[in-house]
Design a protein around this ligand. Structure first.
Ligand SMILES: [Zn+2]
Length: 249
C-alpha cells in the first residue's frame, strides 16, 4: 500500500542525509524516483546534506504543481517509482495535497522530509498540512543536541548573534544585505524559552558578575543546602540569566 510519510525533525538531525539514503537504496534496486526540494542550501534544483552529499532535484517553487509534474513525467514514458521531497516545510499546503494525490491516484510512495516548527515554535504551513494528511509520521532518531547536552527539539534564529523570536517565517539569505547576519541553532525547549544560545551561555559563563559564588554554602538551612549544592552552579547561572533577560525586556 503506497504511503505519504512525513519524516520530521529539527535542523541538523540528518533529514537530507536520510532522504539521499532512501533514494540511493531504491536506485540500487533499479527504482527511479522524482526528488523535489525547495530552497536547498546548495542552490536551486539540488538536494544536499550537511555531510557533503549532493544530488540533482526538481525545485518545488511556489505555484509548481507537483502532481502535474509527476503525471507529465509518466505520460512522456518516464519511469517514476517513488517521490522524495526535502525541505517540505517550505511547500504550500496545496502542494502537500498534491503529494497525497500522487499517493492515492498514482499509487506511488511519497517520502517527505522537513522541520515541523519555525524559530518562533510555530508550525510551518507545509508541515501542518503534512501532519494533517500523512499516512505515517516518523520522528528522526538521529537526534540533534542542544549545547547543554539535552535533546534539541527547537530551532532558534539569531540575527547578528542575538536570538530573535519575531520576524518573517522564512528568511532566505540575501547577498545584498550582508549586515543581516541570520543564523540558526538547535536548542532544547528550555533554552529556547530562555533564549540561551551557545554564545549567550558562553558569555554568561565568562562574565565575572554572574559566577556562582558558592551561594549554596551561605545562609541556607541544612536541608536546603544539601539539596541545593550538587546542581547549584548551573541553577545559579540560569537564575541570573533570567534576571538579565527581565531587565533587558
Ligand atoms: Zn539546552
Amino acid at each position: 500500500m503506497p504511503e505519504l510519510v512525513f519524516f520530521s525533525g529539527t535542523m541538523d538531525c540528518g533529514k537530507s542525509t536520510l532522504a539521499l539514503q532512501i533514494g540511493h537504496n531504491r536506485s540500487a534496486r533499479g527504482l527511479q524516483g522524482v526528488i523535489f526540494t525547495r530552497d536547498d542550501r546548495a542552490g536551486e534544483g539540488k538536494l544536499s546534506s550537511r555531510l557533503g552529499l549532493v544530488t540533482e532535484a526538481v525545485e518545488a517553487g511556489p505555484g509548481r504543481d507537483l502532481y502535474g509534474y509527476v503525471v507529465e513525467q509518466l505520460s512522456r514514458g518516464g519511469k517514476v517509482d517513488y517521490v522524495i521531497v526535502d525541505e517540505a516545510q517550505f511547500l504550500a499546503p496545496e502542494q502537500i495535497d498534491q503529494l497525497a494525490r500522487i499517493v492515492d491516484d498514482l499509487d506511488l510512495d511519497v517520502f517527505a522530509f522537513g522541520i515541523t516548527t519555525d524559530f518562533r515554535t510555530r508550525l510551518f504551513p507545509g508541515s501542518q498540512r503534512l501532519i494533517e494528511l500523512a499516512d505515517r509520521l516518523e520522528t528522526l532518531q538521529v537526534e540533534a543536541m542542544c549545547w547543554c547536552g539535552a535533546r534539541a527539539t527547537h530551532n532558534a534564529r539569531t540575527v547578528g548573534g542575538e536570538m530573535v523570536v519575531e520576524g518573517e517565517q522564512v528568511v532566505v539569505g540575501d547577498v545584498n544585505r550582508p549586515t543581516e547576519d541570520v543564523g540558526y541553532e538547535v536548542l532544547c525547549r528550555r533554552h529556547h524559552r530562555r533564549r540561551m544560545t551557545s554564545a549567550a551561555a558562553r558569555a554568561v559563563a565568562l562574565s565575572p558578575d554572574v559566577l556562582p559564588v558558592a551561594s549554596g554554602d551561605v545562609g541556607f538551612g541544612d536541608g536546603v543546602s544539601s539539596k541545593g549544592l550538587p546542581g547549584g552552579a548551573t541553577e545559579c547561572l540560569e537564575a541570573d540569566v533570567v534576571e538579565v533577560d527581565d531587565v533587558a525586556a
